[in-house]
Design a protein around this ligand. Sequence first.
Ligand code: ASP
Length: 317
Amino acid sequence: MSVQPKLIIHGGAGGHLQSEEGEIIVRQALHSVVEKIYSMLLDDVSAKEAVVKGCQLLEDKTIFNAGTGSVLQSDGQIRMSASLMDGSKQRFSGVINVSRVKHPIELAQFLQSEEDRVLSDNGAAELLRELNVPIYDPLIDIRLKEWMQERYDHFHKQMAGVIAEQELTLPHEARKGTIGVVALDCHGKIAAGTSTGGKGLERIGRVSDSAMPAGNYANDDAGVSCTGVGEDIMDECLAAKVVIRVTDGSTLKKAMTRSMQESQSRNRDLGAIAIAQSGAIAWGKTSEVLLAAYHDGSQIGDTLSWTDRQELMGCCE
Ligand code: ASP
């Protein structure tokens, strides 16, 4: 079987980007990853491998809140979460609140073939030791400064980083949230991956949606990666809901539209990217912006200048 591969990635959702320069930087970062990963898909790399590689590249980009450049929690520590779902096996794996690792998605990848497939803090740390993964500090200066400022302000904010460039006024340091990748490979298989530093400033032990099927889900019919306020995503069970709607016969466009309408009616703050087996690509948001880019088989597109709050979703069918 040879299917036209499809790819969509995101770098978070939230408030609008402050500067045009910030938009250019985010666009370059997203497009460069789309280019690399799409050419891998054309070279017959599986959706699962492509998703892992795409997540690694995004985790390495300090502008995004995942891997290097992750936000700090209320106690000043970084705890990251990531998950991988192989749609063809309908198999989920992930790590929750892991520290001192460069690529949390690699742990999720390793766990795909294990019996115990979701590990939290201590278990994930133990696994890192077992696998001899080098200790890595994902902290960057700007995130530390942000946390120190918040401490000074007595932690009034509910979420860090999503619109942080506003305070820090350095466009080259503009940052957004969580990252995610969804791919359809040449064999018609789908995978989804999501990786995050969390909301930022959260209390110790808070669990992100990014390592739950609510935030990252795929089967043979569709794959979805979410971003935004994790609690809102969990309450909507967003990723799994969109996928199941497609399995139940809805087009991806309809599934995304309905799920976003429901989210908006409950004042949720979130975004999602998706691909269906039909080759349709879709994205949706109730947040002001969703930072996503895609390859539809003929060209790269993105959602960066899509700030119309009335419009809940977009797609290429
Ligand atoms: N969904 C992530 C969380 O709540 C944050 C984000 O997407 O920016 O942990």
